[in-house]
Design a protein around this ligand. Structure first.
Ligand code: GTP
Ligand code: MG
Length: 201
């Protein structure tokens, strides 16, 4: 997919106040600091579009971006960051779960996973919750530039093995780097194909 325009629309903590135009929407979710905002900027090739930071907890609201005038991309706050959700690391911010439960326009969530880390229970639990809630998702491994190819492959294999303890098959996944653009075409083409299929239904 060629990106012809990418505009910030609005920030919200209330899913009911999000834009109400009935266009397909894709949301990026994952632990704080996993690289959600950086990935969005990489996909859109616009450095400052989504705000990024070396310190976790940068994105605090539901941020809508209008892409090519016909679909929405959503940057969400991270989960699992103690300063944000103090009571328990396993508590996802309420407005995040409400967003996924209530947002009619949501087509699919991209769950971002830092490719350097072993499978973390908070991500596995979030994906299980998505599954139980029947919300489609795909996995996006981030920061691929930080690993050598062998280590990257090994970590993905470990992740897939872990997923197969719970899931019948490994969900669709992408390997990406905001640093060098790895995975950009694949991820955008995936979105484009879903948008096309929906239009032709
Ligand atoms: P919150 O909004 O706090 O939840 O974080 P986020 O998931 O949006 O992460 P963000 O994009 O702000 O990136 C966090 C840090 O990781 C920043 O210092 C980025 O520069 C760095 N980073 C993100 N993606 C990559 C990547 O692909 N490669 C490398 N090397 N660093 C990355
Ligand atoms: Mg962010």
């Amino acid at each position: 997919m060629k990106i012809t325009s990418a505009e910030f629309v609005m920030s919200n903590s209330d899913v009911d106040k999000c834009p109400n135009n009935p266009i397909p929407e894709y949301a990026f979710i994952g632990r704080s600091n996993v690289g959600k905002s950086s990935l969005i900027n990489m996909l859109m090739q616009r450095k400052g579009l989504a705000k990024t930071s070396g310190r976790p907890g940068k994105t605090q609201l539901i941020n809508h971006f209008l892409i090519n005038k016909n679909w929405h991309l959503v940057d969400l706050p991270g989960y699992g960051y103690a300063r944000v959700s103090k009571s328990s690391k396993k508590t996802f911010q309420k407005f995040i779960t409400q967003y996924f439960e209530k947002r009619q326009q949501l087509v699919l969530g991209f769950v971002l996973i830092d490719c350097r880390h072993e499978p973390q229970s908070i991500d596995l639990e979030f994906m299980e919750w998505l599954g139980e809630s029947q919300i489609p998702f795909a996995i996006v491994f981030t920061k691929a530039d930080k690993l050598k190819p062998n280590a990257l492959k090994r970590n993905i294999d470990v992740y897939a093995e872990k997923m197969l303890e719970t899931w019948e098959e490994m969900p669709m996944y992408f390997i990406t780097s905001a640093g060098n653009g790895t995975g950009r075409d694949e991820l955008l083409d995936y979105i484009e194909q879903i948008n096309l299929d929906m239009r032709n239904q």
